[in-house]
Ligand binder design. Structure first.
Ligand SMILES: Cc1cc2nc3c(=O)[nH]c(=O)nc-3n(C[C@H](O)[C@H](O)[C@H](O)COP(=O)(O)O)c2cc1C
Ligand SMILES: Nc1ncnc2c1ncn2[C@@H]1O[C@H](COP(=O)(O)OP(=O)(O)OP(=O)(O)O)[C@@H](O)[C@H]1O
Length: 315
């Protein structure tokens, strides 16, 4: 897949770009609804003998337009979005630098400069796609703005339990601990990539060594609790059980949520290495135990439940 980054204005010569069928949207999460839209563009590309493309934006429009104060939390920070779109088999990815100048283009200017001007000859987008200043352009206005220069397909809503599959919905599920439901809308388990940091080394003393994972990318993170997970280290997936939270039993008053995974059948020294957590099922809330013995008994149970969930041996 060729990645083409563009600003505003852009200086691409339309005649040097292949004719593409492109899917348009922000695509955080590359969820099943997004896959339907991208799949539609790829199918039409095949039928019409075009290259397939996706057009997305960076950073998030809400961050640029000042609708959210903090950094926008993502299901898939940009590198992961790129890799997932590539895995779908898309030929070209246009990433437009979303600036206030770009956002102030009228719908017609956006269409002229970023659709017709990029040699996109077919557009696939969802029923609720909007474009141009204040999102004034919609799939109803697209025929008018197209000037007859490209074809278009409106992809119908993909819903689950009568609710639209959306990035917003999935972010809500993850931050409420419903990672198994998020899996059903993403079409794959939710993953977050981080680095193994030094913890307090208390885990070893209680018989359950843990890897303390720090996430530097702006991920939506699961709520406090204990989760059945898989962890990828040096290219190998392991099963594990992860505690998310503040470890109230130790009354350490830590301000930051920690992510500690006890990895099954694993003893290597991995500080500073990359670790990707694949979030499966939340098993329980994080609790304050009266003593270490109670905590240890509970962690043994958590391990057993995790093993049962994955259908593996619990030793
Ligand atoms: C599966 C699992 C469940 C845990 N559940 C809790 C809990 O409910 N409450 C709590 O205070 N700590 C809980 N812990 C966190 C332990 O307190 C933590 O692993 C210990 O403090 C070691 O941390 P350290 O290696 O950073 O020193 C859990 C840890 C694991 C691995
Ligand atoms: N469930 C869905 N069914 C059909 N099309 C969808 C669906 N979800 C998104 N799309 C389309 O996919 C493209 C990307 O959408 P967008 O990035 O806005 O995702 P979203 O999940 O709708 O996000 P948000 O929750 O922020 O509204 C758009 O063309 C949009 O219309």
């Amino acid at each position: 897949m060729e990645v083409i980054r563009l600003g505003y204005p852009h200086y691409k010569d339309k005649n040097k770009l292949p004719a593409t069928a492109a899917a348009l949207g922000y695509f955080d999460g590359v969820h099943l609804g997004h896959q339907k839209v991208i799949g539609n563009a790829m199918e039409i590309a095949r039928e019409k003998g075009l290259e397939s493309a996706v057009m997305t934006f960076y950073p998030h429009p809400k961050a640029v337009l000042g609708q959210v104060k903090q950094e926008v939390k993502h299901i898939t920070p940009l590198p992961e979005k790129i890799s997932l779109i590539e895995q779908l088999g898309v030929d070209y990815l246009f990433i437009i630098d979303f600036s206030t100048q770009f956002a102030s283009l009228t719908p017609q200017e956006f269409v002229d400069q970023y659709i017709i001007g990029l040699n996109i000859v077919h557009v696939s987008a969802g029923f609720d796609y909007t474009y141009g200043r204040m999102g004034k352009g919609t799939m109803e206005t697209l025929p008018f703005h197209s000037r007859g220069m490209f074809s278009y397909a409106t992809v119908e809503k993909l819903a689950k339990d009568e609710e639209k599959v959306s990035s917003t919905k999935i972010r809500g599920l993850i931050s409420n601990g419903l990672t198994d439901e998020a899996k059903g809308l993403l079409g794959r388990p939710y993953t977050t990539a981080g680095i193994v940091a030094h913890g307090d080394k208390r885990g070893r003393t209680i018989g359950f060594p843990t890897a303390n994972i720090e996430f530097n990318d702006p991920y939506v993170l699961p709520s406090p609790g204990v989760y059945a997970v898989r962890v990828r280290i040096r290219g190998t997936w392991y099963y594990g059980v992860c505690n998310v939270g503040y470890r109230p039993t130790f009354e350490i008053d830590q301000p930051k949520r920690s992510f500690e995974v006890h990895i099954f059948h694993f003893n290597d020294e991995i500080y500073g290495e990359q670790a990707t957590i694949e979030w499966h099922k939340r098993l329980r809330e994080e609790k304050k135990f009266l003593g270490i013995e109670e905590l240890v008994a509970q962690i043994s149970l958590d391990k057993q439940r995790t093993a049962a969930y994955f259908g593996i041996s619990g030793d």
